[in-house]
Design a protein around this ligand. Structure first.
Ligand code: CLF
Ligand code: SF4
Length: 525
């Protein structure tokens, strides 16, 4: 373990400081196994946790944060402001032409903003999207390599929009130098990208780091980085700041090693672990893209996440957002809020109407949970080892409410006698373009959800329906407009009944592809 710096200075800085790592870890441990309202039916205290699964003060912090709560991500939005251009390390999956790939898919570029413009943008978005509850700074470089711009932005927003939670994502190199300030600004959510704890592994991911005005390379560079990351994590935990660890899964380099990373971050009090797939293609111009380093398949990613889940809470709903993302995690409305458009917007930031809107969201959210709970009763007494995946077309609210042809992603749920559990999403090319079905897109969609037994949609045309059936994927439109988990459980119960009666035979599905192509700004359209 590393020595925690500034420990004595922490007390009195903010209310969280009274708790030490052991007390916080104890609290979290006491709540492990407490609730079984998570979809899986097993104790779920992480991103899938509900109100009864977490200590009240932690629930308060995560309940409307779309990244820290899987349930919240169906209802609440986040936005990023791209105020931090510089970076102090080099990752082999990053091309500096684009946004920081630690929280962003390669191949997209954000419009850089000054803190003042960023503050204006936040008010404009908050006036337009009342369910936007979190402002994150995640690039385009490293926010803490640009501390003045990052903290100035937080300062301006804390003054003008006090109901918005502040969030930051960093590579962690300078984190120990800034934990005190993060605490003073009441920043409750910090993400650190940790891809290794072994410098030999790190040397294959990071060619250099720039630390204390000197450039380090190889194992020496990776050793500095891992020491600083873990030290920063311990300091966050000391102060009761919730930390999320992002790890990029790089097959053959750190895939098995991430199990060790998982244990190391858990033991230091990390709240959530988000293992993301490497997205790598030659056109991204990254070292890994050019050397042909592949990303994981959907099932490789899921197997690693499942493996780590026994150790700690896993996030599976990350969308690897761009540094200027706006909207629900599965959508991107950044094109509506370019600088030109913001300058012309009439900003009317009304705290009361935001609160009223969010109260209505909470009601709908309660209805989703109640419907799922009621449907679970139909599975009581069922015993079966069958597990299956389904893909769902949704545009939010926890409902099956998107047409097959309009879906830009499918959410994936695992069904078993324990219920319906969110396990990921698959980005796809739009099937319906200009009113016509695209056969090429259909083939890529089938590859993306090839491990699923069914696809739930609000509507679907005859052609794609037949092609899906031929690929062994059941197109299901009978739950249009209904809640996802309730519908999924009903479908699974029916499926089990058919298997038990011999009407159908359960067969395992194959693997699926994670989309590797660069995303263009048109994605926001
Ligand atoms: Fe942004 Fe990150 Fe905060 Fe969320 S994103 S800074 S924690 S507000 Fe979220 Fe986007 Fe994944 Fe990040 S889905 S890339 S985990
Ligand atoms: Fe790129 Fe982010 Fe890595 Fe910096 S920390 S090199 S911006 S991916």
């Amino acid at each position: 373990m590393h020595t925690v710096q500034n420990q004595s200075g922490a007390e009195g800085v903010n209310a969280h400081a009274a708790e030490n790592v052991d007390e916080i870890m104890q609290k979290v441990a006491e709540h492990k196994g407490c609730g079984t309202s998570g979809g899986s039916g097993k104790a779920s205290c992480g991103s899938g946790a509900g109100e009864n699964d977490l200590p009240p003060e932690i629930w308060e912090k995560v309940k409307n944060h779309p990244c820290y709560s899987e349930e919240a991500h169906h209802h609440y939005a986040r936005m990023h402001v791209a105020v931090a251009p510089a970076c102090n390390i080099q990752c082999n999956y990053c091309n500096r032409k684009y946004d920081c790939a630690n929280e962003s898919r390669p191949g997209v570029v954000s419009e850089k903003l000054t803190p003042e413009m960023a503050a204006k943008k936040v008010l404009a978005v908050a006036s337009t999207i009342p369910q936007m509850t979190v402002l994150g700074i995640a690039g385009p470089g490293d926010p803490l390599a640009n501390p003045e711009k990052t903290f100035k932005t937080f300062e301006l927003i804390a003054k003008t929009a006090p109901d918005i939670k502040l969030c930051v994502s960093t590579n962690g190199l300078t984190l120990p130098d800034h934990v005190e300030r993060l605490s003073q600004y009441n920043i409750d959510h910090v993400t650190i990208t940790i891809n290794m704890i072994d410098p030999e592994v790190g040397a294959k991911i990071y060619p250099w780091v720039y630390y204390n005005k000197k450039r380090y390379t190889g194992v020496e560079a990776a050793k500095i980085l891992t020491d600083r990351q873990l030290q920063g994590l311990e300091m966050l935990t000391e102060r009761g700041i919730l930390s999320k660890i992002n790890s990029v899964m790089i097959p053959g380099i750190n895939d098995q090693h991430l199990i060790e990373v998982n244990k190391a971050v858990k033991s230091r009090g990390a709240f959530l672990h988000n293992i993301m797939p490497l997205i790598s293609a030659p056109e991204h111009g990254t070292v890994f893209g050019l050397t042909g380093q592949r990303g994981p398949t959907a099932q490789e990613l899921k197997a690693l996440q499942d493996n780590c889940e026994g150790e700690m809470n896993m996030m599976r709903h990350c969308r690897q957002c761009r540094a200027d993302a706006v909207g629900l995690l599965g959508e991107d409305r950044s094109a509506e809020f370019t600088t030109d458009k913001i300058m012309e917007m009439e900003v009317n930031y009304d705290l009361e109407s935001r609160k009223a809107y969010q109260a209505a969201v909470e009601k709908e959210r309660d209805a989703v949970v109640a419907a799922k709970k009621a449907e679970m009763e139909s599975l009581a007494g069922e015993h079966s080892d069958i597990k299956m995946l389904i893909a769902v077309a949704t545009k939010g609210g926890g409902k099956v409410n998107e047409h097959f042809g309009h879906a830009k992603e499918f959410q994936v749920y695992e069904l078993s006698t324990a219920g319906a559990k969110f396990v990921g999403h698959r980005r796809v090319d739009l099937y319906c373009q200009g009113g016509y079905g695209e056969e090429d897109s259909l083939a890529t969609i089938i590859r993306a959800i090839n491990d699923c037994h069914a696809v739930f949609v609000a509507k679907i045309g005859g052609c794609p329906k037949n092609d899906l059936k031929a690929a062994g994927i059941d197109p299901v439109d009978q739950f249009a407009g209904e809640f996802i988990e309730q519908s999924a459980i009903a479908y699974f119960k029916d499926y089990l009944d058919k298997v038990n009666s011999g009407e159908i035979e359960h067969v395992e599905r194959g693997d699926a592809h994670i989309r590797q192509g660069a995303l263009m700004s048109a994605e926001a359209a």
